[in-house]
Structure formats: C-alpha cells, structure tokens
Design a protein around this ligand. Sequence first.
Ligand code: LMR
Length: 401
Amino acid sequence: MLKDTIAALKAAPADPIIGISERFQKDPRKEKVNLTVGNYLGPDGKIPLQATVQEAQRRLLEQRTVHSYLPIEGLKGFCDAVDVLSFGSESEVLLSGRSATCQAVGGTGALYLGGVFAKETLGISHAAVPDPTWGNHIALFKKGGLELSQYAYYDRTSGCVNVEGLLEDLRRLPERSLVLLQVCCHNPTGMDLTHEDWRQVLEVVREKDHLAFLDMAYQGFAQGLQEDAWPVRLFADAGVDFLLSVSLSKGFSIYGERTGTLTVVVQSEAEAQVVHTLLRRHIRALYSNPPRWGAMVAELILNDEELKKAWEQEVEEMRLRVRTMREGLDREGKKQGVSLDFALKQNGIFSFTGFTPQEMERLRTEFGVYGIDSGRIAMAGLTEPVLAHVAGAFAAVLKAR
Ligand code: LMR
C-alpha cells in the first residue's frame, strides 16, 4: 500500500552546508560566527544591500514594471551584459555570435541545465568534478542522469593543487566526458589553477574531446573582475566548444533572486542558433521561464555606464575586505602562537583549514565558530571584531592535536 511506503520513508540528512547554517541560526550564543555558506558579508557581518542594487531597484519600482513572464531564455539585455562581463567586450566569440546564452535559475540552475543539455542533447554520459568540490556539483549532475567521478585536485599534505594528478585523471576519463572546472575562488579549497595549469588542462580537454563546463560563481572575488575571467577567455580563444555557468548572486548580493546564466560556446553562429532553441526546449520543460527581478536589476546596472563603474568599485571593495580578513586571521593566529597562513595562500571567498570533521564540530559546540565538516570556512563571514575569537578557537583546536 502507498501509505505503508510513505510511512516507511526516512528523513533526508541535513544538507552539509545549509544544514549547518540552519544550526547556526538556532545557536543562542552572542559570540557565534557564521563561516558556513559562501555569501559575502559586509564589515557588519550582514549581506549588504549594495548602493547600485538599491538604485536600480528604485528605478525599476518607479517604472512600475509588471510581473509578467520573461521569455523562456530570459532577458536578452541581461544575457548580453553578462556575456560581456565573462568574455570581454572585444571577444571574438561574441562578435561572431558563436555562443548561446540563456538566463538560468542562479548558478545552480545553470549547472543543472548544462548537465541536462550535455546528457540529453549531446549524449554525454560521464561527468567529472574536482576532488574535493562543492557538494551540490555531485548532486546536480547525478540528478541530471550523469555518471560521476572525481579527478584529483587538492593535495591535503602539501596544501597545493595536484596538477599532475589532475591532468592524469582527465586523461584517464572516458573520451567526451563533461569536465567541471571552477574558474576562480575554488569551492571549497580556495586554491585556483595558475595560467600555465589552465593551458595544460585545455590541451587534455582537446586531446580527449572532453566538454569543459566552466563554473564561474565568484567572479571578482579572487584577483579582480577581468583577471578572474581569464580561463573563460583562454577557452574562448582556443576555439573549443564548451559550457559556462555564471552566478550573479555574489557580485550583486542578490542570492535569493536566483540570477545566473548558462552559455554554450560552439563553432558558428548557425550552430549557436540551433543550440539556443534546444536550451529553450529544456528550460520550458524544467521551469518554463526564469525569475525576473534579479536579472532586471543586474541588466540595469550593467547597461548604465555610471552604475556599472560604481558596481565594479563595489566588487573591488568586497574583494579587498576578504583579503584583509585573510591577513587578519594570519596575524591573530601568530598572536596565539599558531600558523594560520593557509588563509594567505588561498584565494577568494573560501579557505580550507585542514581541520577534521571532529575538529569542526568542536569549533561549533565549544566556540560557536561554524564552518562545514570538510574543513571549509567562508572567509567573507569574518569581521574585524570576531577575528581574535576565531583565531583563538582555531589555536585551541590546533594545540589539542
Ligand atoms: C556555498 O558553497 O556555500 C554556496 O555555493 C551556497 C550553497 O548553496 O551551497
């Protein structure tokens, strides 16, 4: 009987990231620190409402925009502006029209859509993601029906990227695998590939006829908006076909608006037009059409010269604040007699502390310092007033080893 099947269901385990953040919300202690989710928090420990976003929203409200459906593929002005941000205004890919971009339900939706496109339209059956990676990469591709494996990425002993292992693993994958590559601010390690590493990865992708899926969720938070997009431009100039997912959540602090894009880069404008119709077909069946508010906000900012300049400045300030927190953690660690210099070696929003799941749990229960079990902390959750407390907690755990 159906009712017996339902009665026998077991509750799903808490999400490794969101679940711990939910635990944090319930913690009554004043000194608690949330380093779980990859949100950018301002110096006051809160998600900012950026001035440019505020201004764009004011203008949109004034225009009394109605809440009609967007086209299946989303807002064209938004997609075009994100393309320029990703590829650069002089990009041959854009000038020749050999890319198809659709708005997506955040970066997550773009990844899922890309996985479905690879599986159902291109007949790709195998996907590979870094070890370690953002847990949802694995869940999303599996849900999209892809078989999954992980390629070597981070060497826990040296604290560096295992480039040789990575290349070897990419060579060993079945030909025409979908290979997920994080463009910058690697989640969860904070260790990115160098330009030379990227060139080698591109060669293997070409050799093995893999389909690279570049995931850019934190553009601007590592080295800068242009610098961080370098790998996208490398692949674009190389003339290979590839996928690109972009999340606008972080740069505009519009997490809940689910604002992102998926781009498929192909060989010609004619191919891109065909791909665009096929993406639309998938979108229609998945969620009909994307949400509009976040895309309208980003579209307005990115297409207004003055607002765009101000926005670029905002992103730069966010990036620099995270860098300052990295330096602060290292400094406070030294005061406590321990080395927390991982914070300086790593990049962007995340850091890999090297703590075990048990140590992460001790940090939560004893000190109210909430990271996730993998040892990842979101550096953007640090603020000046909590640095000493967090460094003290880390020092206590390190000294107990
Ligand atoms: C993260 O890794 O914390 C973010 O990508 C947010 C999420 O949904 O997990």
